[in-house]
Each structure stands twice: as C-alpha cells, then as structure tokens.
Design a protein around this ligand. Structure first.
Ligand code: ATP
Ligand code: MG
Length: 395
C-alpha cells in the first residue's frame, strides 16, 4: 500500500545558508543509493521535505534497506499519498490507512495535520479535530492521547495529501559530500572499514588506498579489500580504491633497518605514500583504523612517530574504542564476516618477534637515514604502480 517515503533528517547544522547544500547532497546520495534497488524512483524536495516516490513496481524492504544506508537520514516514513478530492475522501483514506497499518485498534492516537497549502479550506487545528472524530467513530476502541500517543498520525496537505505514522530509524549523520574528502588507509582487517564508515557518516567523501605486497600477499587478500570497499561504498557512495605495490619498499626496509623497528618504519612509509596520493586526489585528511594500545604500532609513542611524517590531519575515529566495540560496529555495518576471512595482509608477513613499543622518534629517524639513498626511487615506483579500482557507480 505504501508507494512513497518521507525522509526525515536532523536539523543540526543545516540552518540558514547551508541548508540547501545539505538537502541537495542528501537528495543526491539517496539517488545514488537507490540505484542498487529494483524499480524507478522520483526523489524530490518540497518546502523543506524530501520525498521518495516509487514509479511502478518496487520492493518495499529492499528500498528501505537502501535508504537506511544513507547518512543524513534520521528517519524514513512510509507514506500513503492521494490527490486532494475533498475532505470526505480524505477522511475515508485515513480510516482505511489506520485499518491496514494497525490491525489491533486498541491504541491511543493523535492527528497531526499540517497545511502546507494555504488555499485548503480547513485549518490544521480543524483538520485534527475533524479527522480525530472520524477515527473515533470508525474505531470505538481507539482513544485520543495528545501527549504520548501510540500512533502519531501525520497528514500533510500539499499538492497531494500525504498520510504517515511510522518512522523507521535511519543512520543519522551528515550526507556524504557536505564535509570534504579524506583518504582511508584500508587494509583487510576489522578496523579500517569501520573507521571509514565513521568518518563518512560525518559527511566526508572517501577514497581509499591499499598497500599490496605480492607475492607475500595474495590476490585473494587484495580481493578481500575490494570486497570490503564495496560494502563500505554502500554507505559512502563510490570509492576510488588505490592499490599500491608496496613490496620493494617493504623489502628494502626489511633488509636495511633494525627488525624491531620494521613495523613503525613501514607505517611511516605507508603514511607518506598515502598522503602523496591524498594530495593528488584533493583529500584533506588521512583515516586509519588505529586504536590506542591495540598493537605495538599503536602505542602513544608509535602513533606520535607515525604522525611525525604526516603533513595533513590523520583521523583515527576508533582511537578510544575497545576491540569488542569495534567488532560490534563492524557486525552492524556488515563488514565483519569479510574482515575475518583468513587472508594474510602485508603487515603480518614482515613483523618482528619483538617490535619496539616505545619508539623514540630520533632513533627511528636515525634508522631511516640508512634508506636515504635507495628509498626515493622505490617510493616513486610504488606511486607509479598505482592501480585505481572504482568501487560502486554514480559519482
Ligand atoms: P585493521 O584491522 O584495520 O587491518 P590492524 O589491526 O591490522 O588494522 P595495523 O596493521 O596496525 O592494525 O594497521 C593500522 C591501520 O593502518 C589500519 O587500520 C589501516 O588503516 C592501516 N593499514 C594497515 N595495513 C594496511 C594496508 N596493507 N593497506 C592500507 N592500510 C593499511
Ligand atoms: Mg587493528
């Protein structure tokens, strides 16, 4: 019976001049997300409301599923709409709506009419009272409760008339595209996809970089990262995934530097290369899935040593989260099952038995001097090796 949805969005940060930017970005992201659904949809904005109307056949659950992945949406209201054919007809429709949506009539309700078209003959208060009376007559079990009703029945009088009462929660956040762009360091693990999701939720568009080390990491490991990017892209919209061949950089570090410093030096090179790509792509920040103390390379000292090579902000949204919390989040967004597939990533091959947990920046910089001669061309080659995979359509 539902053929349309009213999209509710949080008003925070969307007042004044920026409001239409927010709304336009939201409309765009809704259209991108609905491309994954069967059916054609008309997405439009009228007087501070966004409506999604199905044109022809569509799958209700699938459509709601897609809408629930659009950041900026706080609620999705399935709507019944009709032409304005007079109050009698409207009353009939409202009675019919309540009958279909609430088979159990033992409920309290309130009618919340909104007259967005001032040429309608009744005022909002009058519509509330009159429709309330019609419902009470039709369903004697129902009672009015204006403070805390079970059913808040909204009736909006516009070009058409919209009737709705259910709100399906959306993900919240801001529409992707309202907050600039950032480069996600995406590995095959549990953490980084969640980190990308969280930053994108604040309206930031995402590109990604993956450091691949063939033959030490397999094609399967790379495919896993592509699969993860595809899941993240359901929320963020299309992602350009940059795959960098990192093998020679890594081998050179392995052959040249003290082994207890391998991870930290390798991470510093990842950050340098990621930042270089980020600048080319107009990204304003890097994103990683690091969390304080999770592993040796994520102690305060290690994070400081990694940050020291970065000339742009590094966002670490998981920094204060426990592993269990991160896992719960990855299960919620749907990346967990893919993340735990057992393909090695490049960090697990070149790991020292006893990595430093409190690296001294001066010591690390000293070790990196050993790389001064041969590393620059290897980094240049790594950058040239980039393979760009477009994940998702519609950008
Ligand atoms: P994750 O669970 O995200 O794989 P991790 O537990 O393996 O992280 P680290 O190996 O210390 O932790 O990596 C920390 C962060 O560095 C990751 O969250 C990710 O952002 C980035 N990173 C690690 N390895 C790679 C890689 N091969 N390519 C791109 N980014 C990487
Ligand atoms: Mg981790």
């Amino acid at each position: 019976m539902f053929r349309a949805f009213l999209i509710k969005y949080a008003e925070i940060g969307v007042k004044g001049k920026n409001r239409h930017l927010f709304e336009d970005a939201l409309v765009h992201q809704i259209k991108v997300s609905l491309k994954r659904c069967d059916g054609k949809f008309f997405v439009h904005k009228t007087q501070g409301r966004i409506f999604v109307e199905a044109e022809g056949e569509f799958d209700f659950d699938e459509t709601v599923g897609c809408l629930r992945q659009v950041f900026g949406i706080s609620g999705i209201c399935p709507v019944v709409y009709a032409e304005d054919e007079g109050f009698e007809k409207l009353a009939e429709r409202v009675v019919d709506y309540v009958d279909k949506v609430y088979p159990d009539k033992n409920k309290t309700f309130k009618v919340n009419a909104r007259r967005a078209r001032k040429d309608y003959p009744k005022e909002s208060m009058e519509i509330n009272a009159d429709l309330g009376e019609v419902l009470l007559n039709a369903y004697p079990e129902m009672t009015v409760d204006v403070h805390n009703p079970d059913i808040m029945l909204s009736v909006e009088i516009r070009e058409k008339i919209y009737i709705y009462s259910e709100i399906i929660p959306g993900p919240g956040g801001m529409p992707v595209g309202t907050g600039g762009k950032a480069m996600l360091l995406l590995s095959g693990g549990i953490d980084s996809p969640v980190a990308g999701y969280m930053i994108a939720k604040r309206g930031v568009k995402i590109d990604a970089v993956y450091f691949h080390a063939p033959p030490y990491t397999s094609e399967r490991a790379k495919q896993k990262v592509v699969d993860l990017a595809r899941i993240v892209a359901r929320y963020t919209g299309p992602i350009y995934l940059h795959v960098i061949n990192f093998t020679d950089v890594q081998l050179h570090i392995y052959e040249t530097c003290p082994h207890d410093e391998l991870t930290i030096i390798m991470r510093r090179y990842m950050m340098r290369i990621a930042e270089s790509i980020a600048r080319d792509r107009d990204c304003m920040a890097l994103i990683t899935g690091e969390s304080i103390g999770q592993v040796a390379s994520q102690t305060m000292q290690s994070l400081a040593a990694t940050d020291a090579v970065c000339g742009m902000p590094v966002f670490r949204p998981l920094i204060a989260m426990d592993k269990q919390e991160i896992i719960a989040e990855s299960q919620k967004i749907g990346t967990y099952e893919t993340s735990i597939l057992p393909f090695e990533d490049c960090c697990t091959i070149f790991v020292a038995k006893h990595p430093v947990t409190k690296p001294k920046l001066s010591q690390i910089e000293e070790s990196e001097k050993l790389l001064a001669e041969k590393m620059p061309p290897l980094v240049a080659e790594a950058l040239e090796s980039v393979q760009i995979i477009q994940i998702g359509k519609g950008r």
